[in-house]
Design a protein around this ligand. Structure first.
Ligand SMILES: Cc1ncc(COP(=O)(O)O)c(C=O)c1O
Length: 382
C-alpha cells in the first residue's frame, strides 16, 4: 500500500495532511473540490442553515448554570448541544456532509461511530435525504451503547459490528475507511470528527463552527475560558473557532485513558499526522475510557497545532471524576449530560477556585450531548 502525503494543503502547522492509500487520493481530492464549491454556494449554505434551524433545532440555547456557578464561585454558561436533534452536536456535521453527498450524486453513507451519536445522526440524515447508511461500530461499543444501536436500526441503517483490535472507535474507523476504498463511486465516507485525511479536519471544523459562532453571539462579551471535551475534537474545534480571535483561554478536556494531547507523540493515524498515543515502536496504542466517544488514541490535527503553538491547553480527567460530574450537574441543574461532555464539566469542578480557574471567572462550556445513552453504564449512579 503506497502512502502519500498531500504536500501543500490541509496542513495545520506540522500536522494534518493526507496520508492515505493511493487509491483514496482521487476521492479525497473530489471531496475537497465539492466542499469548496458547496461552501461558496449561497444556495447550499441556505439549505443547510434552514435544516439546522427547522430540523435540528438551532440555535441551541446558552444556559446559565446558576446553581453550580454559585457553588463554585464562577459564572458557568452551558452551550446546549444536548438539545440539538438526535441529542448531540454530531448532527451539525452530518447534515452538512449528507447534503454534500447528495449534491455529489452519492447514494450511500458510510460512517464510523463510538458512542453511537455520530451513527445515529448519520442514520437520521440518511432517512431524511433518502440515502442508504452503513455504520461501523466496535463490538465493545455496541454492548455499552445499546440504546443508540436500537435507534440506528429503527432509522433503517445497517450497523456492522467490528471485532478487530480493541473493538472500539479506532477499529471502527479502520473498517469504515476500508469500506470506502471498496466503494468510492457510490459511497461518501461521512467521518464524524476533525480527524482523518484532508479535507475532513477542515471541513468538519467548518461544519461545527456554528457552535462557537452562535455562542459568541449569545454572550455579551468574551468569556475568560472556553472549554469543551475532546475525542477526535469536533465539538471543541467548532467551539474554539468562534473564539480563536479573542483573548479567551481555550481548554480541551480529554479522557485520561485517551489523552493524545497530554500523553501522545507526533504520529500518523487514520490519514493525518497528529498527536497519537503510541508504544515505543510507534505502534498506535489502545485507549481506555468510560466514554465510548473519547475512547480513541488520536486527536484531530488542528488540536495538535493549537497545542504546539500554545493557543489551546489540554487537560485530562479520570473516569471517576467524570461519573461524579454527571451526577453533580444532574443534581445542581437538572441536566443529564453525556459521559463525553462530562469530561469538560469534571475539569471545571476540579479547577474552579484554584489558580487554574480562579474564582470570578466566566466559563463557557460546550455540553456536547445528552446522557440517555449512558444510563446502563452509569447503572443508576446515585
Ligand atoms: C456527546 C459526544 N460528545 C463528544 C464526542 C467526541 O467527539 P468530538 O471530540 O469529535 O466532539 C462524542 C463522540 O461520540 C459524543 O457522542
Amino acid at each position: 500500500m503506497t502512502v502519500m502525503a498531500e504536500p501543500r494543503l490541509g496542513r495545520f502547522g506540522d500536522f494534518g495532511g493526507r496520508y492515505v492509500p493511493e487509491s483514496l487520493i482521487p476521492a479525497c481530492a473530489d471531496l475537497e473540490d465539492a466542499f469548496r464549491d458547496a461552501w461558496a454556494d449561497p444556495a447550499f449554505r441556505e439549505r443547510l442553515d434552514d435544516l439546522l434551524a427547522v430540523y435540528a433545532g438551532r440555535p441551541t440555547p446558552l444556559t446559565p448554570a446558576r446553581n453550580l456557578s454559585a457553588e463554585l464561585g464562577i459564572t458557568l454558561l452551558l452551550k446546549r448541544e444536548d438539545l440539538a436533534h438526535t441529542g448531540s452536536h454530531k448532527i451539525n456535521n452530518v447534515l452538512g456532509q449528507a447534503l454534500l453527498a447528495a449534491r455529489m450524486g452519492k447514494s450511500r453513507l458510510i460512517a464510523e461511530t463510538g458512542a453511537g451519536q455520530h451513527g445515529v445522526a448519520t442514520a437520521t440524515a440518511a432517512a431524511l435525504l433518502g440515502l442508504r447508511a452503513t455504520v461501523y461500530m466496535g463490538e465493545r461499543d455496541i454492548a455499552r451503547q445499546q440504546l443508540n444501536v436500537f435507534r440506528m436500526a429503527l432509522l433503517g441503517a445497517e450497523v456492522v459490528p467490528v471485532t478487530t483490535g480493541s473493538r472500539t472507535l479506532k477499529d471502527a474507523t479502520n473498517e469504515a475507511m476500508r469500506a470506502w476504498v471498496a466503494d468510492t463511486g457510490e459511497a461518501h465516507f461521512l467521518l464524524g470528527s476533525v480527524s482523518g485525511p484532508h479535507p475532513y479536519p477542515w471541513m468538519v471544523r467548518e461544519l461545527q463552527r456554528v457552535i462557537g459562532d452562535e455562542a459568541r453571539r449569545q454572550h455579551a462579551g468574551v468569556p475568560d475560558v472556553v472549554v469543551a471535551c475532546v475525542g477526535g475534537g469536533s465539538n471543541s474545534a467548532g467551539t474554539f473557532a468562534g473564539f480563536a480571535d479573542t483573548g479567551a483561554r481555550l481548554v480541551g478536556v480529554e479522557a485520561a485513558g485517551g489523552a493524545a494531547m497530554t500523553h501522545g507523540a507526533p504520529g500518523v493515524v487514520h490519514g493525518a499526522r497528529s498527536m497519537v498515543l503510541q508504544d515505543a515502536e510507534g505502534q498506535v496504542a489502545e485507549a481506555e475510557s468510560i466514554a465510548a466517544g473519547l475512547d480513541y488514541p488520536g486527536v484531530g490535527p488542528e488540536h495538535a497545532h493549537l497545542g504546539a503553538i500554545g493557543r489551546a491547553e489540554y487537560k485530562a480527567v479520570a473516569d471517576g471524576e467524570v461519573v461524579d460530574a454527571v451526577r453533580r450537574l444532574a443534581r445542581a441543574e437538572g441536566i443529564i449530560c453525556a459521559l463525553e461532555s462530562a469530561h469538560a464539566v469534571a475539569w471545571v469542578l476540579r479547577a474552579a477556585g484554584t489558580p487554574d480557574l480562579p474564582a470570578g471567572s466566566t466559563v463557557l462550556l460546550t455540553l456536547s450531548g445528552r446522557g440517555d445513552k449512558d444510563m446502563a453504564t452509569l447503572g443508576g449512579a446515585r
